[in-house]
Design a protein around this ligand. Structure first.
Ligand code: SDX
Length: 427
């Protein structure tokens, strides 16, 4: 097959290189398109446009494949822990024992958050959405860690990475505890990374922390499943903000805001609200299926559909099974899970969904587990952000180390042609 793509327009013939990735994906390299043809491409939502070459995560939407640095999500979810996966995504290889221990110790060294940050948190009303609080606190961290990442120094980059991996879980826990009116707790360096997160989130001030292996294992698996997903909306945001050489924390703050949207990470909260509405409505799933298919109704079946997966989202399969396991192990009977399974069954038999290749995505079942773990619905997307943090870091680091140019898309102007100014008295 030729490694060139031909474009013919206006009686002229242009050739552009075709590049092939390590999984045989093909792309037309149009870096010279405007210089050679005077034209640009247009592709709202970038459905057909690659923004970069990346070695972090591989997706195959048709086959329902997801791999982090070449390892399948199924193996990682089964055999790895979240801190190992974070190291793998960021540095490209699974850590050996010494590397993992050093990584965790370096993170523990950075796990204090300046007490002044509590004043910023205090400024928010309890009713504030946790994603808005978290985005603000992450941006505020820059004020207390002013060194913007000097990417030319691996040490400076590493220090910034362990700093945010240490402090972000504290901010997540503080955001939850603020909402619950609980004192803002610090972690316990004797615990594992995810165990410590669970303690910071759930330790009650008047009780000793009781380890809950089922909950911690479920949380660890969910964080792994959310850890990266190539060039999704929030990751692309982190990359484009970082491409202006804004610091890592500022770029992450922007990513949190992008993830907040209900079409993206905010869908896990919207799914639970949808399932609760269906339950309150007597479990009438057919009514909501009809609404989802009605073009005049803005309602969408939240947790269904995906820009890339036109097959099952592999994460949804793993989370669906985990939901059964966790609720079973915790002895929880949640009617919401039965409603979700009923909705999935109906949708997978409905031509509207089948024709559009709409399957459950990562957000469809995750909230059912978060709820079983005692996490409030409004915190679901915060948990998504906590999981996605190492992926955002990995992608940001790759973008900077590869010296990618500042992101600046072109457009096709469709406004007014040149016209003269009209003085106020004549308008
Ligand atoms: C995440 O990109 C990532 O990787 C994201 C993510 C990650 O890990 O980072 O996987 C996380 O964001 C998962 C997606 C969570 N969002 C939702 O669950 C919200 C509901 N889903 C949709 O809004 C939608 O499916 C998107 C946003 C996920 C994808 O939208 P696309 O690719 O732009 O597809 P589209 O809106 O053009 O839809 C194509 C057709 C349309 O119908 P027609 O105009 O062809 O008749 O499918 C319909 C849509 O109306 N459709 C739905 C639907 N999703 C798409 N109809 C009803 N319910 C839905 N959920």
């Amino acid at each position: 097959m030729s490694d060139k793509a031909i474009l013919e327009y206006g009686g002229k013939r242009y050739e552009f290189p075709v590049i092939k990735g390590t999984e045989d994906e093909l792309a037309i390299d149009i870096k010279a398109l405007r210089a050679e043809t005077g034209m640009v491409t247009i592709d709202p939502g970038y459905k057909n446009t690659g923004s970069c070459e990346s070695a972090v995560t591989f997706l195959d939407g048709e086959k329902g494949i997801l791999r982090y640095r070449g390892y399948s999500i199924e193996e990682l979810a089964e055999k790895a822990d979240f801190l190992e996966v974070a190291y793998l995504l960021i540095f490209g290889e699974l850590p050996n024992k010494a590397q993992l221990a050093k990584f965790h110790n370096d993170i523990k060294e950075e796990s204090q958050v300046d007490e002044e940050m509590k004043k910023i948190l205090d400024g928010f009303p309890k009713s504030a959405h946790p994603m808005g609080v978290l985005s603000s606190l992450t941006s505020a961290l820059v004020a207390f860690n002013p060194t913007s990442v000097d990417v030319s120094s691996e040490t400076a980059m590493y220090n910034s990475i362990v700093r945010i991996l240490a402090k972000f879980p504290v901010l997540v826990a503080w955001t939850l505890r603020k909402k619950k009116g609980l004192p803002l707790d610090y972690g316990d360096d004797s615990l594992g990374y995810v165990e410590n997160i669970h303690k910071m989130m759930f330790k009650r001030p008047n009780q000793d922390y009781k380890k809950d292996p089922i909950a911690i294992d479920a949380l660890d698996k969910l964080l792994i499943l959310h850890a990266d997903h190539e060039q999704n909306c929030s990751t692309s945001t982190v990359r484009i903000v970082g491409s202006s050489h804004a610091g890592l924390f500022a770029s992450l703050s922007a990513g949190i805001s992008a993830l907040w949207g209900p079409l993206h990470g905010g869908a896990n909260q919207a799914v639970l609200e949808m399932l609760e509405a269906i339950e309150a409505d007597g479990g009438d799933t057919k009514k909501y299926m009809a609404k989802a298919k009605d073009k005049d109704d803005p309602f969408r079946l939240m947790g269904f559909g995906h820009r890339v997966y036109k097959n099952f989202d592999p994460r949804a399969k793993i989370i669906k099974k985990a939901a059964d396991d966790v609720l079973g192990n915790l002895g929880i009977q949640d009617p919401i899970l039965d409603i979700a399974k009923g909705l999935e069954k109906e949708a997978l038999e409905d031509p509207y969904f089948v024709d559009r290749k709409l399957y459950p995505n990562v957000d469809f079942y995750s909230g059912i587990i978060y709820r079983a773990l005692g996490i409030p619905t409004e915190m679901f997307t915060v948990m998504f952000a906590l999981g996605r943090l190492p992926g955002w870091i990995a992608q940001w680091r790759e973008m900077r180390l590869r010296k990618e140019p500042i992101g600046r898309p072109r457009q096709v102007y469709i406004g007014e042609n040149l016209r003269s100014f009209v003085p106020l008295e004549k308008r």
